[in-house]
Design a protein around this ligand. Structure first.
Ligand code: ATP
Ligand code: MG
Ligand code: MG
Ligand code: MG
Length: 519
């Protein structure tokens, strides 16, 4: 199956001294073979077992792949590269390697770059990936600039385990404390590799050194209006092109400026068809606004209505996929989870407008510039670990999602623009709106921001579920936090399948606990 998806979208890898045991050698959930379908990942899709014995510590891995697992790993002279995800600046990267026969796969390319630049290769990449490099006695664990493919690690002397889902490490031996990385709730010794970071770990000792490969710039650039809008248009156009494969792309479209921009640029550079899909509930939708865009672009458009009861039943699935403990993030991701689960196979390449509001201050609904830059600095300092961009969200339904607004070049540009270009002429996200005026209807370009959690009624229906269970109005947010924690404990820590976890039971448990607590 030649695929429009990346060769691999996830992995569980073990690098071990003494020739190595297979990843199955640490106690697997319910004694299952980790290579068995469904054993460890929320992400759907076939698994392949990889064994590399380069001399020195061996690497064993279970790869979650899309039909060509051998394209996701590369080996040379005792060095092995494993890559989940994809690179978006291949052409640039290839220029660094001179005239030698060009690497074919992204994994080959990464291996060649590591041969030349060692771990500094990761400073060069614009991509959506998590990677493992086994190299003699050390292991490199690397995230992309945004940590958009989550990566977890558990290391003891002699064994380094790494996985793209925390639940895959739930039965791992208790790992050493890694001070450079965030601990995972109730999984002792399991850590999340920070965004834009390479962890360099000695296999024999489990000693770890961290190397930052990206950080959001704190400086702001001054540009004339036209220069700024042209720069945004060019960067976003490149990001969209790099993310569209040979097959018909699918854009998840709300009719807001972010997803409409992505849909418009996708349609603009393609001669072939573009698909769009919009999600709503019985309580709320943005169908009319999305339809305006779909008609303007001539996309093959679908509307999917999810009943609110079904939406809320998917809360365990959203937590299972995102492995996030932030109730606000789960509220944003829940409608998308429900949408992805309704998209039948085969696996699609999905583009979203997700993430634009962070660098553009889109959530910021007032005119004062200092507050916009303060919010932006805060959001850029705290996004890591929320797993907002995780591909597992669509991966549970066998799809691959990618977010052009968090392309490294787009993000660097948007973050750096002085805030007066973001809030201007009384509009939010002005520079993006101005950049897109020729490709979208006027009403779309000027449409005020509406969050996905608002447009689908998710926030209000989740709140309602809690107040109906007896949670006082002023404790609803706390209750949401507790619900998400309980769900995390069940579907990540305890490894249960979300179909076995009832939202209603967890909500009642939390409501009762809060009532007790209040007495
Ligand atoms: P704006 O932020 O200006 O409202 P937007 O709606 O495109 O623009 P968000 O509301 O931040 O962006 O939502 C994030 C992303 O999630 C969207 O860009 C889109 O890809 C997807 N999305 C949001 N709402 C829907 C929906 N109702 N149906 C399908 N996809 C949606
Ligand atoms: Mg948005
Ligand atoms: Mg919106
Ligand atoms: Mg938005």
């Amino acid at each position: 199956m030649a695929s429009t998806l990346p060769a691999a979208t996830g992995f569980l890898a073990a690098v071990q001294c003494d020739g190595g045991r297979s990843p199955g050698a640490f106690p697997a959930p319910r004694g299952a073979d980790p290579a068995a379908p469904g054993a460890v990942f929320a992400s759907a899709g076939p698994r392949a077992v990889i064994k590399a014995r380069p001399g020195g510590p061996g690497l064993d891995a279970v790869l979650l792949h899309s039909g060509a697992p051998d394209a996701a790993h590369a080996h040379r002279r005792g060095r092995t590269v494993l890559l989940a995800g994809e690179l978006y600046n291949r052409d640039e990267l290839l220029t660094l390697l001179g005239a030698q026969a060009g690497p074919v796969t992204d994994a080959d390319l990464l291996l060649a770059l590591v041969d030349t630049y060692d771990l500094h290769a990761f400073r060069l990449l614009n991509g959506r990936f998590a990677a493992v490099v086994a190299d003699g006695g050390r292991v490199l664990l690397a995230t992309d600039h945004a940590g958009s493919v989550p990566l977890y690690v558990s290391a003891v002397p002699g064994t380094v385990l790494a996985a793209t889902e925390a639940k895959a490490l739930r039965t791992a031996p208790v790992g050493r404390r890694i001070t450079a990385a965030r601990r995972v709730r109730r999984l002792p010794g399991t850590h999340q590799v920070p965004a834009g970071t390479v962890l360099e770990i000695g296999v024999a000792t489990a000693d770890c050194t961290d190397h930052r490969t990206w950080a959001p710039t704190p400086a702001r650039r001054i540009m004339a209006e036209q220069e700024a809008t042209e720069a945004v248009r060019l960067a976003l156009d490149r990001a969209v092109r790099a993310r569209t494969g040979p097959d018909t792309p699918l854009v998840v479209l709300s009719g807001g400026i972010d997803s409409s921009s992505v849909a418009a640029l996708t349609a603009h550079h393609r001669t072939g068809p573009v698909d769009t899909v919009s999600m709503g509930t019985d309580l709320a939708d943005e169908f009319p606004q999305a339809r305006v865009v779909a008609e303007h672009l001539g996309s093959a458009h679908r509307e999917l209505t999810v009943h609110t009861d079904d939406l809320l039943r998917r809360l365990p699935h959203a937590v299972w996929a995102a492995e996030s403990l932030d109730p606000d993030i789960i509220e944003y991701l829940l409608p998308l989870t429900a949408l992805y689960l309704r998209l039948e196979g085969p696996g699609r390449r999905i583009l979203t407008g997700y993430g634009a509001d962070i660098p553009l201050g889109g959530m910021h609904r007032e005119n004062r510039l200092p507050a916009l830059d303060t919010a932006l600095a805060h959001d850029m300092a705290t996004f890591d670990g929320l797993n907002e961009m995780t591909p597992v969200l669509s991966g549970i339904a066998g799809h691959w999602s990618t977010h052009p607004f968090w392309d490294r070049e787009v993000l660097d540009l948007l973050v750096s623009l002085e805030s007066g270009l973001k809030r201007r002429h009384g509009r939010d996200k002005w520079v993006l709106r101005a950049a897109m005026t020729d490709l979208l209807p006027h009403e779309t370009v000027t449409r005020p921001k509406l969050g996905v959690h608002e447009g689908s009624g998710t926030t209000s229906s989740f709140s309602r579920l809690l107040t109906d269970a007896g949670v006082p109005g002023d404790r609803v947010h706390r209750a949401k936090e507790l619900v998400v924690q309980h769900l995390f404990d069940r579907v990540v820590v305890d490894g249960r399948h979300p179909d076995e976890v009832a939202t209603a039971d967890v909500v009642q448990l939390v409501a009762d606990a809060l009532e007790h607590d209040a007495l």
